[in-house]
Design a protein around this ligand. Structure first.
Ligand code: SF4
Length: 169
């Protein structure tokens, strides 16, 4: 069997925002690490829920929160806004899927501390099928000889690749 590219939670997150970015990340195109928005993101993730902050590594998955609710494990992902909720939802479903492969039956929780919102994410057969299609599509994007053309979206303003995509403007 040929090489099967490993897909990560990060690829899934960007898939719902910008397919060009998925390609750039997979092909290791360096983003501007000094980018101010990345800094803000880092600041927020380091400073929200600080008292409880404890990342947990399960296999190659890093989860922001993990707790037990009776017999069930609940994993939580902290996000800075609900604007990219679809991305966050499928990233979390991917983690739930991976945990199931390890025999761990878990449910997920999306936490948006700055908006004081919380959303329950449960693994279902139907969502798992959707997720498999997304993963398949990410692998297709990875195989493209060059990145998909940039499309101007609101995320571009906050994207570390914005110089790379829009430098001539
Ligand atoms: S700048 Fe815009 S088009 Fe370019 S990778 Fe980022 S989100 Fe995609």
């Amino acid at each position: 069997m040929g090489y099967v590219m490993p897909v990560t939670g990060t690829h899934i997150w960007y898939y719902f925002i910008c397919k060009r970015e998925v390609w750039l990340i997979i092909h290791n195109i360096a983003a501007d690490q000094e980018d101010e928005n990345l800094e803000i993101g880092r600041f927020l993730s380091e400073n929200t829920y600080k008292r409880n902050k404890k990342e947990t590594l399960i296999g190659n998955i890093v989860v922001d929160r993990i707790r037990r609710e009776g017999e069930q494990i609940v994993i939580g992902e902290v996000k800075k806004s609900s604007k990219y909720k679809t991305s966050a939802k499928y990233q979390l479903l991917y983690y739930l899927d991976k945990l199931r492969e390890m025999g761990i039956n878990a449910k997920g929780e999306l936490l948006f501390p700055t908006e004081k919102k919380k959303e329950l994410i449960e693994w279902t057969e139907e969502e798992s099928i959707k997720l498999s299609k997304v993963i398949e599509d990410i692998r297709k994007i990875a195989r493209l000889p060059k990145p998909p053309k940039p499309e101007k979206i609101s995320f571009c303003r906050n994207c570390a690749y914005r110089e790379f995509c829009w430098a001539e403007e």
